[in-house]
Design a protein around this ligand. Structure first.
Ligand SMILES: Nc1nc2c(ncn2[C@@H]2O[C@H](COP(=O)(O)OP(=O)(O)OP(=O)(O)O)[C@@H](O)[C@H]2O)c(=O)[nH]1
Ligand SMILES: [Mg+2]
Length: 365
């Protein structure tokens, strides 16, 4: 009898211990669920970094065009001055015309435009008693070049749309300056009062999203990223829906320039575009070309134009070449206008392309 009391006591004690232990464990795990330790640390870190990060105010577009004109002129003096010297000779003989042709070809104008310019110059400078003033020569050169660069083309970028963000895709082969252009463009848009979302759809390279994040942080533009090696179309889609939810003005999508194969890259760009189009039109596809690559850039342009509907060209590194003729050649090749030009590595070294300022810089004294 007595021993059964002892057994019952032990049983009650065991049950009590088990119940208490279970309760204690449940409370602890409950706390873990409600208060993940990392969260407050992350919030603090974010607050700290926001406080440290000073948002920059980029230069307005108008001011920078004026500032960059000098640089544009510098990079192109070789063409302008070379032609001017040739055409100012006392007599322009066949050998001189050949030199003119060579100068134009070396400036990456391409064969067709070169022949056209020579025709125009021959007509404009024909005889007139041999008296060609410096102004006559400059004016003939200016109007021949201006005719080819076609000032009548619409170069306006679509950066706002009705009731949704405008969507811009930045495409091109690796190293041409896509990410840099995306960052500079974000600054240009912020300077004009747009709210901007950036999409890091180059998931091919580890550092790509980080590079874009740095640009975004500097001007306070949200950057939508995905996992490395993830689906670029999914990142682009997320960026656009983030833009829609936030009521942003413009979404700019940076894409990869390098894949295992060229066909793979074109398929991917096509897919990115189609996936975006499930929720929004794509307003601009801007092809980024490196001006220093000359004729090679034209080959690239042709390949891209066959795969995606290119709406504008961004010609980067115009500061690093005396071959500004690519502006004319690439427009001719694609029938698509140059809309922006890159004139340096500085954050505000991107300018809307102004054909008249460009040609004036080319033939300036
Ligand atoms: N001088 C000069 N350099 C430029 C210009 N635009 C871009 N660059 C430089 O070109 C290099 C490549 O630029 P990125 O923007 O990384 O090129 P990307 O096309 O994104 O390259 P991938 O992501 O590898 O395909 C960088 O060192 C830029 O600073 C320009 O207008 N002038
Ligand atoms: Mg890039």
């Amino acid at each position: 009898m007595e021993s059964s009391f002892v057994y019952a006591g032990i049983a009650v004690a065991v049950v009590l211990v088990v119940v208490i232990a279970t309760l204690a464990l449940w409370r602890r795990s409950g706390q873990d669920r409600v208060e993940p330790l990392a969260a407050p640390a992350r919030v603090e870190a974010a607050a700290e970094s926001t406080a440290l990060l000073e948002i920059e105010v980029p230069d307005p577009a108008a001011g920078r065009l004026h500032r960059l004109r000098a640089r544009l002129a510098r990079s192109n003096t070789a063409i302008g001055q070379g032609l001017f010297a040739l055409l100012s000779r006392d007599s322009i003989d066949a050998a001189t015309w050949e030199e003119v042709e060579e100068t134009l070809l070396l400036a990456d104008l391409g064969v067709g435009p070169t022949n056209e310019i020579i025709e125009r110059l021959r007509t404009a400078l024909k005889v007139e008693g041999g008296a060609r003033s410096a102004d006559d020569v400059r004016e003939a050169l200016r109007s021949a070049l201006l005719g080819l660069v076609d000032p009548s083309l619409n170069r306006e970028l679509v950066t706002r749309a009705d009731g949704r963000p405008a969507v811009l895709m930045i495409v091109g082969v690796n190293g041409t300056g896509k990410t840099t252009t995306t960052g500079k463009l974000a600054r240009l848009l912020v300077a004009e009062g747009h709210s901007v979302i950036l999409g890091a759809a180059d998931t091919f390279r580890a550092a790509a999203a980080e590079q874009l994040q740095t640009w975004g942080d500097r001007v306070g533009a949200t950057v939508v990223r995905g996992p490395e090696g993830g689906d670029p179309a999914a990142v682009a889609f997320d960026a656009v829906s983030t833009g829609v939810k936030a009521g942003a003005d413009t979404v700019v999508i940076d894409t990869a320039g390098r894949l295992h194969t060229k066909a793979g890259l074109m398929d991917e760009l096509d897919k990115v575009k189609r996936v975006i189009e499930k929720q929004s039109a794509v307003d601009e596809v801007l092809l980024v070309l490196d001006a220093t690559t000359g004729q090679n850039g034209l080959v690239q342009a042709r390949v891209f134009a066959e795969s995606v509907n290119v709406t504008g060209i961004v010609l980067t590194k115009l500061d690093g070449t005396a071959r500004g003729g690519i502006v004319i050649a690439v427009q001719r090749e694609l029938g698509v206008p140059v809309k922006l030009v890159g004139l340096g590595e500085g954050p505000d070294d991107l300018a809307p392309f102004d054909p008249i300022a460009f040609i004036d810089a080319l033939v300036a004294n």
